[in-house]
Each structure stands twice: as structure tokens, then as C-alpha cells.
Design a protein around this ligand. Sequence first.
Ligand code: IMP
Length: 427
Amino acid sequence: MPAMAIIGGQWGDEGKGKVVDYVAQKASMVIRFSGGNNAGHTVVNDKGEFRLHLIPSGIFYPGVNCLIGNGVVIDPGSLLEEVDHLNERGVDTSHLVISNRAHIIMPYHTLLDGIEEDARGDDALGTTRRGVGPAYVDKTARLGIRAGELLDKKDFLDRLRFVLNNKNQLLTKIYGAPPLVLEDIYDQYCAYGQRLAPFLRDVDQMVEEALQQGDLVILEGAQGTLLDIDFGTYPFVTSSSPVAGGACIGMGLSPRRIDIIVGVFKAYTTRVGSGPMPTELMDKTGSLIRERAQEYGATTGRARRCGWFDGVAARYSNRINGFTGLALTRLDVLDILPRISICTGYTLDGKPVDGFPASASIMSRCRPVLEELPGWEAPTSSIRRFEDLPPQAQAYVKRLEDVAGCPISLISVGPEREQTMVLSPLI
Ligand code: IMP
């Protein structure tokens, strides 16, 4: 069997956790390849509701190895809290494996994320303040500390001394903040290293072996394509590559290995944090969607901005990722609306715009061209076959396929595993 990537098609929070959970039963491995604990994946199963931030959503299946790849940045305190919480609720985590190449979020990263956001004032990006951006900055600046380094106490002390000296200059001289104490961080992170040691490995080889045995390997995306550092609405983006291409780099996997790429989209659009969102609804309908769907961030609790499905962004996302099929989530949220719109194009100063603009400032001036469809005003959450959906809901789904340019393989009408319709098998 091949490798399958499950990718957020919008601005994150599309319901990837549920889709991964649904297909993970057939897999031998689920891998997180980008982002950090800025992500929040909600999974509902027979053990209850879980919010995962770093641990792959396959953790609930004992036979499925759950890997955290080199492309992820790990806050060890947050990861170990997640492990403890899962264990307390009866979930075994012994099948968790962490790349020794993954970078570690250090206390100065979290501190700087907050300080830098505050310093941006009205231009703040609305980051999750989890230290994710600053950790990727250090990775690229070659000032990062990798998970495997925590195990060699002597080398770690030398490296931390050098890096912390640099960070303390920044904290004290630029931001007027107090310096951090070397010994405190060293002791805390050596202790983390001891607890992480049983999980740490060279993971790329494990993946290759699984693929050679013919196992299904799932690459679990975090965030979404429109938050990608290169292809998202820069600078209002995250600091990693949540797109399908990022899965190869964030794991050490050849592009030739990924045969199935599933794009996960909500039946409408949401976004947390700042930045352009042409289909945003600032009216009663936006609030109605937010309250009905409880659109509040799984990580920060912030209210999500809600709007119509953006077909321009979906087409773009499909092109960047090369989706082989789409998973449409939260269709049931729209059950109560008498009319539903889809954005099929943008205009700027009254003229049509070609494609998805690279510039966030141009994008913020784009207006959506909306196509209005009749709603179905009937409950769908207990429907299990596409043919049993109200005709207006079927027409809405078909129109989304047209504008996105990719067939919809799976529809979700609620958080439970069984609240899922399969239109065509993903595997
Ligand atoms: P950062 O990733 O914390 O640096 O935040 C940068 C931007 O990405 C902000 O707008 C965040 O709200 C957004 N973001 C980061 N992770 C997620 C996610 O998992 N879902 C939705 N938005 C996210």
C-alpha cells in the first residue's frame, strides 16, 4: 500500500483529525510532519473527546505506530503533558516514536513569540504564542537544538550556553526583558531529555520499511495550505510547510512515495488570527455558523472568523497540493441556512482577478464573487449515504467539486467516526 497525505485545504481547523482517525484503522503508521503545538486536532471516539496538539491522531489504535517527524517543532513540556493525559484516560502511548532530528521549542522561543507579537502592535499576526515561529527561525539560522541533542548532556550544555547567550542579548538589549538563566533551562531540558529518550529514533528508515512491507502510511497535515510559509497569505502565515510537498521534507520521504493526497475542506471557511479572508461574514450568518459549529480555537480558544466556501482558494490549494480526492467536513453545520453562497472568483476595484493573489495587501482588497444556492433546511447528521442527502445538499456538494476542481470522496456530517459518508474509497 502507498503513503497517503491528509492535508488541510484552507486556513487550518478543517477536521483533519477526524479524517485521519477514520482511515488510521487500516494504517500501520501515522506521521505528523510539520508545525508544533500550535495545532489542535479534535478526535471523538469510544473513549471520549480528545484534543491533540502534537501526537498524531492514530494514537488511539494500538497497532499503529505514531511518528513525529523531523519537520515538527516540539515543546517537550506540552508533549509530555499530552502523553500523561492520554495515559490517564487509558490510551497507550508506547507506540509513539519521535525523530531525533525534530527541533525543540525552548523557553526563549515562547517568550519571544509573545514579545514580538506585542511589539507588532496593530500589525500583530495573531500567532498562537507557542514559540513555533521563533523555533523555525532558529532552525533556519542554525541556532536550533534538536531532540537528539538533549541526550548528550555535555554537548547540550555547550550548545545551550552559546545559543542562550545570543538570545539573552536579544531579550535584554532589544526588548528590555530580563535574561534567562542557563542552569534552570539546562536542568529542565535534561529532565525532558530523559523522559523523551525511549521515544527518540531515526524515523525515516522505519517509514521506508513499512512502505516496503506494503503497509499504509498516513502523513497527517497540521494547519492548512493557506497558512503555508510560501503559498499562504504571507506574512499572515505559520512558519512551516503544511502542504503535501512539506510531507516529504518533514519526514524524509521521497515524493515518489506519496500516491494519495486528500485535501480536507470545511463546507464553509474559517480562519483564526489576522490576515485577509475575502469570504468572511461579519454579519448574523457568520455568528450563526460560529455558534452552531462552536468555531473556537482548539489551542487558544479564540473565536474563529467564519465565511462562505472560497472556491478561488480551493482551486489554488488543489493546484499546489495535487489532491487526488477531497474530504468535506461539517456539512451539517449549514443545515439551518435558507441560502448558501459559494465564492467563485474575486474582483479588485470592480475588475476580475486572475487566480489567488500572492500579496496579502491586494488580497485584503479583493471582493468575492458569490453564487447563491438554495439551502436544504433539514438535518443531515444521521444520513450515511450521499443519495439520501436532500437534493439541495447534493447540488451544493457537486458545485463545490466543480469550483475546487477535484472529486469529493468523503463527507462528514458530525464529529463521531460513523457520521461519515464515503462517495468513493480513499484507498
Ligand atoms: P503560529 O503558527 O502560532 O506562528 O501562528 C501563525 C498563524 O497561523 C496565526 O494566524 C495562527 O492563528 C495560525 N495557526 C497556527 N496554527 C493553526 C492551526 O492549527 N489552526 C488554525 N490556525 C492556526
